[in-house]
Design a protein around this ligand. Structure first.
Ligand SMILES: *Cc1c(COP(=O)(O)O)cnc(C)c1O
Length: 380
């Protein structure tokens, strides 16, 4: 089976992890900050806070931005459920903004309309979570413009998009958002086994996220209600969680992230090969947009909805590990209790009826890719 995505573990990665295993610290040691600095450097952001998953990082980001009961968060219906669940963890409500069919990403025009309506009705969201689906950056300029106008915070869910650029600038540099979250799950571009990092330009948000990932505890005397009882002293000043990344995981991430540019280049090369092959058979290639470099976490083809199931199962039968990203979140049974129904976000639903993620990973050989292309051509 050729998988739709696969991690690439080198001898250097293994050595880096083994070094931590034989060192003094398995967690809360020096490798987590080193990994944070490496991620911050790639994103060109001053601050990075590592957590045990991007899901945790999204939760902590929402909490640090003050999301709570009575508030709402808007995201894209075409994403992994974690992009929306982070609001529910905070006791807030979730709503969605339909996608732009040309990019698969949250549509700035739909957002503008929905915000105008929400302002009239007095239910503007507190936080917006645009998702860089497949690694293709959302059109952040108009999104950030709207967020400024309506005083809304923005968290970029860049789980797919480390190494991507928007107008030549790296995703995560904070030019158009308050916080950006990356995932380091093994199917993503760079992995730490499990892991997530939140980057930000705000020292205040970074300090608060670091506190929230570790029980809401501080050792900073300035933040305490009274002078420390002694050198052992710490105070819990708010409610946090244990969302820490281990040094074992950080070592893998730190070793891997050195190859991020190489990976993104390789993924773009493979994407170009797919594009060429598919344009020859009049199949819509993966979505692109102006002024962006996609990280190509995924390569998604879109097929006739009538043929979707047949092509999907046909590819699986031919040993090609295709997948579907994503089932619209508003159609998940759990989300039905909030009143969402089929038809609410028609572009997202159309996308769902057509999308197939085909294999895309940096160690994919041209032979493997040719096998995928031949199978797709045969079935389409
Ligand atoms: C993978 C993913 C997440 C969650 O990442 P974890 O690190 O697995 O928690 C969130 N959002 C999107 C878009 C993802 O693809």
């Amino acid at each position: 089976m050729i998988p739709y995505g696969r991690q690439d573990i080198t001898d250097a990665d293994i050595t880096a992890v083994v070094e931590v295993l034989t060192s003094d610290f398995l967690t809360q040691g020096p490798v987590v900050p080193a990994f944070e600095q490496a991620v911050a450097k790639v994103a060109q952001a001053p601050y990075a806070v590592a957590m045990n998953s991007a899901t945790s990082a999204l939760h902590v980001a929402c909490a640090a931005l003050g999301l709570g009961p009575g508030d709402s968060l808007w995201t894209s219906p075409i994403s992994f459920v974690a992009s929306a669940n982070c609001a529910l963890y905070c006791g807030a409500r979730v709503d969605f903004v339909d996608i732009d069919p040309l990019t698969g990403n949250l549509c700035p025009k739909a957002l503008a309309q929905k915000l105008a309506k929400a302002e009239d009705e007095g239910n503007l969201p507190k936080i917006l979570v645009p998702v860089h689906l497949t690694g293709l950056p959302c059109d952040m300029k108009p999104i950030w413009e709207l967020a400024k106008t309506y005083d809304i915070r923005v968290i970029e869910d860049a789980s797919h998009a480390i190494g991507a650029t928007y107008y030549g600038q790296p995703v995560g540099n904070g030019a158009y958002s308050d916080i950006t979250v990356f995932s380091f799950h093994p199917v993503k571009i760079v992995t730490s086994g499990e892991g997530g990092v939140a980057v930000t330009n705000s020292d205040k948000l970074a300090a608060q996220m670091a506190r929230l990932r570790s029980h809401g505890i501080t050792r900073d005397a300035d933040l305490m209600t009274h002078a420390p009882d002694g050198p052992w002293y710490y105070q819990q000043i708010e409610l946090g969680w244990n969302y820490r990344l281990t040094d074992i995981q950080a070592a893998l991430g730190l070793s891997q992230i050195k190859r991020v540019q190489e990976y993104v280049t390789k993924r773009n090369e493979l994407a170009k090969r797919y594009d060429q092959a598919f344009s020859a058979i009049s199949l819509t290639p993966a979505m692109r947009s102006e002024n962006t470099l996609s990280a190509f976490h995924l390569y998604v083809i879109q097929v006739d909805p009538e043929q979707h199931l047949r092509i999907f199962t046909g590819l699986r039968d031919r040993g090609i590990g295709v997948n579907l990203h994503y089932i619209p979140i508003h159609l998940q049974p759990y989300y039905q209790q909030f009143g969402f129904a089929k038809g609410d976000f028609p572009n997202a639903e159309t996308y769902y009826s057509r999308a197939i993620s085909i294999p895309m990973f940096p160690t994919m050989t041209h032979d493997q890719q040719d096998h995928v292309i031949a199978a797709v051509a045969d079935l389409v």
